[in-house]
Design a protein around this ligand. Structure first.
Ligand code: 26W
Length: 833
């Protein structure tokens, strides 16, 4: 085959199609076979998309061999598995990633070369699986990659949303949301399992019925929704134990009773079908803001009931007795969204398996663990008690019973401190609080960075911490360096391989071997050249997608993440307005060209966040067109930020903006991706930034702004006065004034007055500048100045810092994170053991 391929000078699909099949390389023959069987096409007639699918199906075949073998061994040998329950899995594309993990990337690159095609172009046909909003969903995806790579038996369970997170367009500077029907043309990696369908019951009422010698609750008049699992094999690097992503899809139950179709019932039947199937229709696009919608509660019960029933069913088939379940299964709850798994398992144990309360509760306690991902109070999941009771009557009565026992137990500790106990209760003031339910039950509660873990103990869950300190821990997040380096940055991967070999792909500890080369000038030059190529790659993408021409010789400053006030995209906006103002006074105020790249989706209902997007685009129009600034400053908003655009954007960055108000970003994971790809962090001491600082040391990072304790104190004593900063600091005043004085093109003077107002005066439910933007403004300006001077005056010194960042980023591999979860919580054995 090698010879054949090398001989092919100018490959041409039409010419190849003429060739007798016997003469073709094996991979080509296989692709041809898939084209024929699945699409009735030949090489000549197939579209790029069909070529992508045909080749993906070939790759899938190779994966299926490993996966089926691993699954049967895990069952036969009774290996313990982790079930990672999550409402979101932000997977992105699988194609190139799978090829790297399977060690077949070069083989396929050559195959496509032989066909006269570029592998990257084929890979571009795949739609992103965007079944998540942001950090929490992407973390779940990185974890699956690491679980598979470390060969720890794992199943991720989620919802097969027909519509993922909306696609974002910018029209006249504003965000417009469009549907993401990612599954419309088929998803090649999944396998439907109709034989493992599960019934989930909603609504109705509970009746106590006398059975044998006791009263048993019986659920009557419920409505049934079928949950159909679709399994996706998740490869790991050189792994013989792929993980499984099991996504549940909702289906209406077929009506067999002809009487149901009597007059009148026909309409109702179809309506019920639509209601049932609405459950897995669409991912809620909110990030960090829970609205308590009925359909969302239905989604979460659907996910958790189907998952728990399938775990129970499988365990009974293999081992008979549910009392041994904790020897074979451990369950991680990704934030509170899948918390209903807890009362659902209680229900099955009590109502169907004859357990008494104490035995059932003990079993449940040893099975579940909970990860918290946010301390924002508006993100904490609470349900209206009446709504909950109507939708899930039996689950409600179990939660009530849990609450009673928990409060009684708390009363032993906090004697008659009713205020505190009602704050800690699961059910109170007409609401059901899911975080409190988790705290009352699970074995371990973890935060996602060291700082976040401390805040959980000292602030958010302080009362629970006093009762049960041993439960709390912090496990710092990570990212899979396969996707975020090997797939996203082939240039750097190749360079690293040249210098330290390729073992780092499977072993994150190898990253440090790069450290000595931070002193090696030849290496630094090559590293800089890779960065430059990545800037050009991004520029080509943006030119094609948005018709924008990037200044590729500039410093690239990148802020990419969900749009949220606490992440302070507004601080960046004020910074750019400040530079604009200074340049108006003095056109030589800076001489280093800077490109400011923003990428962010705002929740469709979050008006202020959407207005900040409008502001970014208005600032872009101002500075990109002003003759004084247009050669020095360029502001670009990248549309439709998601996993695939992140893979292009992150490797091109010089500066990584991580400027959240201290204490508010639980961890951040974009910060890790950017660091690994050699961007220097401009950051507050927040989330995992603190640990990036510890890894790279003060000389290789730019830290500024109020610390968490200071923010905490200002909030507590209500002594923060942004108005005083406005009075004293003329730069703040001038930047802010641009928001309301008609300087910004394309909008009315009133467009941004809400932003101005919120910073200086606050609004109906907030104090002025609740995220301390003005407080940190001066420190930010100062620190950014330091960074741009360094970049300009000593480019090789900058590259040296960048290399230190890459070399020290191994700690942030999710392989390290998963190892910690396993050692401290799950205790799974490696597949090979
Ligand atoms: C709509 C309600 C809602 C509430 C919270 C939706 C989504 C959430 C998530 C918990 C928000 C989230 O993604 N949190 C992020 O989790 C990441 C992974 O741990 C962290 O790195 C981020 O700091 C945190 O914001």
């Amino acid at each position: 085959m090698e010879k054949e391929m090398n001989n092919a000078k100018k490959p041409n699909r039409a010419a190849l199609a003429e060739k007798p099949a016997g003469k073709l390389p094996n991979e080509v023959k296989e692709i041809l076979g898939k084209l024929k069987r699945h699409f009735g096409k030949t090489l000549e007639t197939a579209s790029m998309e069909e070529l992508y699918k045909a080749s993906a199906l070939c790759i899938r075949d190779e994966i299926l061999d490993l996966w089926m073998n691993a699954n049967s061994r895990v069952e036969k040998e009774g290996k313990k598995q982790v079930y990672y329950l999550s409402a979101e899995f932000l997977m992105g594309r699988a194609y190139t990633n799978n090829m790297i993990n399977m060690g077949i990337l070069e083989k396929y690159r050559k195959t496509f070369e032989f066909l006269g095609l570029d592998l990257n172009e084929v890979a571009d046909q795949e739609k992103d699986a965007g079944l998540g909003n942001g950090g929490l969903g992407r973390l779940a995806a990185c974890f699956l990659d690491s679980l598979a790579t470390l060969e720890l038996p794992a199943v991720g369970c989620g919802i097969r949303y027909e519509y993922g997170l909306f696609r974002q367009r910018i029209v006249d500077g504003e965000q417009v949301e469009m549907e993401d029907n990612w599954i419309e043309d088929g998803f090649v990696w999944e396998i439907e399992r109709p034989d493992e369908e599960i019934e989930v019951h909603f609504d109705g009422e509970i009746e106590e019925v006398w059975m044998e010698d006791k009263m048993v609750p019986v659920h009557k008049n419920y409505t049934t929704v079928l949950a159909v699992p679709y399994d996706v094999p998740i490869t790991g690097y050189q792994s013989k134990c792929p993980a499984t992503l099991r996504l549940w899809s909702a289906k209406a139950k077929k009506r067999f009773d002809i009487k149901d179709f009597d007059q009148g019932k026909y309409f109702q039947a179809i309506q019920e079908r639509e209601m049932a199937e609405a459950i897995s229709k669409v991912l809620y696009p909110n990030d960090n803001h829970e609205q308590g919608k009925l359909l969302r509660l239905r989604q979460f019960y659907f996910l958790t009931s189907a998952t728990i029933q399938s775990i129970v069913r499988k365990h009974k088939r293999l081992h008979g007795n549910l009392r041994t379940l904790p020897n074979y299964v451990t369950i991680q709850i990704n934030d509170t969204h899948p918390t209903l798994a807890i009362p659902e398992l209680m229900r099955i144990l009590l109502d169907e398996e004859g357990f008494n309360w104490d035995d059932a509760f003990a079993l449940v306690q040893s099975l579940f663990n909970y990860t918290n991902h946010t301390i924002l109070s508006e993100a904490l999941e609470r349900w209206d008690e009446q709504m909950f009771k109507l939708l899930l009557p039996r689950i409600y009565s179990i939660v009530q019973a849990m609450n009673e026992k928990y409060c009684r137990w708390l009363n032993k500790f906090y004697k008659n401190d009713m205020d505190r106990i009602s704050r800690m209760a699961i059910v109170a003031y007409g609401q059901i609080r899911m975080a409190n339910l988790c705290l009352a039950v699970v074995g371990h509660v973890n935060g996602v960075s060291q700082l976040h873990g401390d805040i959980l103990k000292k602030e958010l869950f302080v009362d629970e911490y006093r009762v049960n300190p041993g439960k709390f821990m912090a496990i710092t997040n990570g990212i899979t360096h396969r996707r975020w380096l090997a797939v996203a940055n082939p240039g750097l991967t190749q360079l690293m391989t040249e210098y330290i070999g390729n073992r780092f792909v499977g072993d994150y500890r190898e990253f440090e071997k790069l450290l000595p080369f931070a002193e090696d000038e030849t290496f630094l030059k090559k590293y800089a050249a890779v960065k430059q190529e990545n800037k050009k790659r991004l520029a080509a993408y943006l030119e094609k997608k948005q018709g924008v021409q990037l200044h590729t010789d500039a410093l690239f400053d990148v802020q990419c993440k969900r749009l949220h006030e606490y992440k302070r995209q507004l601080l960046k906006c004020l910074h750019i307005l400040y530079l604009y103002n200074k340049l108006q006074e003095n056109p030589n105020f800076i001489t280093q060209p800077i490109v400011f790249l923003f990428a962010a989706k705002a929740a469709p209902g979050y008006a202020r966040a959407k207005n900040i997007i409008r502001l970014i685009n208005a600032i872009g129009e101002l500075v990109n067109n002003d003759p004084v600034t247009r050669d020095l400053l360029q502001v670009v908003f990248i549309e439709n930020y998601g996993v695939s655009s992140a893979q292009l954007l992150i490797p091109a960055a010089d500066i990584s903006e991580q400027i959240s108000t201290a204490g508010m970003e639980a961890s951040g994971t974009g910060n890790m991706k950017l660091m690994m790809n050699g961007a220097l962090t401009m950051g507050t001491m927040d989330g995992a930034n603190v640990e990036i600082y510890e890894q790279v040391g003060p000389d290789n990072i730019f830290i500024f702004g109020a610390r968490e304790e200071e923010i905490f104190a200002m909030k507590r004593y209500s002594n923060y006065r942004p108005g005083e900063i406005y009075e004293k600091n003329i730069d703040v005043r001038n930047a802010l004034t641009r928001l309301i004085d008609g300087s910004l093109p394309g909008v009315s003077v009133h467009q941004f007055s809400d932003l101005y107002q919120s910073l200086l005066f606050g609004d109906y439910n907030n104090s002025a500048d609740p995220y301390f933007v003005l407080h940190d403004f001066a420190a930010y300006i100062h620190t950014f100045d330091r960074a741009r001077h360094k970049y300009q005056r000593n480019p090789m010194g900058w590259m040296k810092m960048a290399v230190v960042n890459t070399a020290k980023s191994g700690f942030f591999s999710s392989d390290r994170t998963i190892r910690e979860y396993n050692e401290r919580i799950w205790h799974l054995h490696h597949f090979a053991e």
